[in-house]
Design a protein around this ligand. Structure first.
Ligand code: GLV
Ligand code: MN
Ligand code: MN
Length: 427
C-alpha cells in the first residue's frame, strides 16, 4: 500500500448511495411497495440512457472513454507510465426482469467512487486504471450471459455472437448484430478481444448474492474461485388440440413432458448431495399458450452450475436418460441445444493476497470464499489475474426487488477496492 494512502482515501458514501439510487431509476418497471424493482435489459432505452448518464459522470472526472463494438465501455484514468498494462475494475449495469438495484451496479459505481477517492487523495497511479462497464452480463436478451466479457476473452466466437437471437418471447427474430447496430455500436466483434497480458490485474466488487457473509457476521469476502455455469435450451414437441375434445389417452402433451424434464433436473441435482450443484429451469414458453388448448410445443431454458464441471455433466447425462425414456413413453420429440458450458475460474493468489492485506490494514478479517453466481470475472480470468470482493446482502437475496446491501458495507467494499487498485497500480 502506498505510504499513508489508507488514511487519505475518503469514500463519499452519500454520493455513492445517491448514484446507486439514481441509476435504479433507469427502469420502466412498476415499483413494488417495498424494495426497488429494476428491469434494465441490455440495449433497451433504459440501458442506453443509463450508459449516457454514466459516461457524463465519468467525463466529469476526466476519465478517457472508449466504447468497443459490443458496447463494453472503458473509462481510463491514465497512469504516469501509460505504456504498462493497466489495472482494471468493473461490472455490469444490465438487470434481469424485476431485479434489485445492487447486482452489478455496486461494482460499476463503487469502482467510479474508488477512482474519485484515489484522485482526491492526491494519489498518482503508475499503471493506468480502467473502470469497465461490460455488456450483457445477464442472459435475458440473448439467452447467454457475459456477452461482453466472453468476447473480450475470446470465449465466444464473434461470428456466432452476431447471430445470437432474442431469447425473450416476441423477440426471437432480432439478432445481436441488428440490436447493437441500432444501439450505435458498430464494427466487427472480432475487434472486441483483448490480448492476454493487456491487463495487469482485474478486480470486481459485487454483492455476495448468497447468505454466508451476513450469516457469519463478516463484512467482506474475497473470492478465490467462481463456479462453472452451463445452460441449455430444450424444445419439446408434442401434439396440440382442443382441451375439451382431445381425450386423455390420446394426448402427447408437450407441457406434461416438460414438467417431467424439470423434475428430472431437480432430482438429479439433489442426488449429487453436493451443496454446490444447482439446477434451475427459469423460463418455460408454452405454445400456443391458451387455456383451452393442449400445448404442442414448449421451450425450456435450463441453468445448471457446479464447482466441479464433471459432476455437472453427470447430472446432465442422468437427465438425458430420463428424457430418452419419457420421449418414448409420451411420444414427444425433445431437442437439446447447448448454449454454453463454461469452466470454473480460479482467482489469482497474488490478487487475493493484495486484497487480504488491504483488508487487514483496514481492520477487516475477510472470508475467502467461492462464488456460486457467475460474473464477468469468470471470463476476465482468461486474460488477466483476477479476484473479486464480495460484500454482504440481506438474507442472501438477489435477482429480486428486495435485494439490499447496507450503505456501510457498500462503502467498505469501495474503500477496499480503492486501496487494492492503488496497490496493484503501483506494482
Ligand atoms: C449472474 O447474474 C448469475 O446468474 O450468476
Ligand atoms: Mn445478476
Ligand atoms: Mn451481477
Amino acid at each position: 500500500m502506498p505510504a499513508g494512502l489508507a488514511k487519505r482515501v475518503d469514500i463519499d458514501s452519500g454520493r455513492l448511495l445517491n448514484e446507486l439510487h439514481a441509476l435504479a431509476r433507469f427502469t420502466s418497471v412498476e415499483q413494488p411497495k417495498e424494495g426497488t424493482a429494476v428491469t434494465r435489459v441490455v440495449f433497451s432505452e433504459d440501458d442506453l440512457r443509463a450508459r449516457k448518464w454514466l459516461k457524463d459522470l465519468a467525463a466529469a472526472e476526466g476519465l478517457v472513454i472508449r466504447e468497443d463494438a459490443v458496447g463494453n465501455t472503458f473509462f481510463r484514468w491514465v497512469g504516469s507510465e501509460p505504456e504498462l498494462p493497466a489495472v482494471a475494475t468493473g461490472s455490469h449495469i444490465d438487470a434481469i426482469p424485476h431485479a434489485g438495484m445492487y447486482d452489478g451496479t455496486v461494482g460499476v459505481l463503487g469502482g467510479l467512487e474508488a477512482i474519485r477517492a484515489l484522485k482526491q487523495s492526491g494519489f498518482v497511479p503508475r499503471r493506468s486504471l480502467d473502470l469497465v462497464l461490460l455488456t450483457s452480463e445477464e442472459p435475458t436478451r440473448f439467452g447467454i450471459g457475459c456477452v461482453g466479457s466472453r468476447l473480450i476473452s475470446g470465449t465466444l466466437d464473434p461470428g456466432r455472437a452476431d447471430t445470437l437471437h432474442g431469447a425473450q418471447r416476441g423477440s426471437e427474430q432480432e439478432t445481436l448484430a441488428q440490436v447493437r447496430e441500432a444501439a450505435g455500436f458498430h464494427g466487427p466483434l472480432s475487434s472486441v478481444r483483448l490480448k492476454q497480458g493487456q491487463y495487469h490485474a482485474w478486480v470486481e466488487l459485487h454483492i455476495e448474492q448468497g447468505p454466508l457473509l451476513e450469516r457469519e457476521g463478516i463484512p467482506l469476502g474475497i473470492v478465490t474461485a467462481i463456479a462453472a455455469p452451463a445452460s441449455y435450451r430444450f424444445t419439446i414437441e408434442g401434439v396440440g388440440g382442443h382441451a375439451g375434445a382431445l381425450l386423455m389417452p390420446d394426448r402427447r402433451d408437450a407441457l406434461c413432458a416438460a414438467a417431467e424434464i424439470i423434475l428430472s433436473l431437480e432430482k438429479h441435482a439433489l442426488a449429487t448431495k453436493a451443496i454446490d450443484t444447482v439446477a434451475t429451469v427459469g423460463t418455460c414458453d408454452v405454445y400456443p399458450g391458451a387455456v383451452n388448448s393442449v400445448p404442442s410445443m414448449v421451450t425450456l431454458q435450463v441453468d445448471i452450475r457446479d464447482i466441479d464441471p464433471a459432476r455437472r455433466e453427470r447430472v446432465m447425462l442422468a437427465v438425458r436418460q430420463d428424457i430418452d425414456e419419457l420421449t418414448r413413453r409420451r411420444e414427444v420429440k425433445v431437442t437439446e441445444a447447448l448454449v454454453n458450458a463454461d469452466e470454473p475460474a480460479t482467482c489469482s493468489p497474488h490478487v487475493v493476497q493484495v486484497i487480504d492485506e488491504v483488508c487487514r490494514e483496514q481492520g477487516i478479517t475477510p472470508k475467502h470464499m467461492v462464488s456460486r453466481a457467475y460474473h464477468d470475472s469468470l471470463f476476465m480470468a482468461q486474460i488477466a489475474p483476477i479476484a473479486m470482493i464480495f460484500i454482504p446482502c440481506r438474507g442472501g437475496v438477489s435477482h429480486r426487488p428486495d435485494e439490499y446491501a447496507a450503505p456501510a458495507d457498500i462503502t467498505n467494499g469501495a474503500r477496499v477496492l480503492a486501496a487494492t487498485l492503488a496497490c496493484l497500480a503501483m506494482e
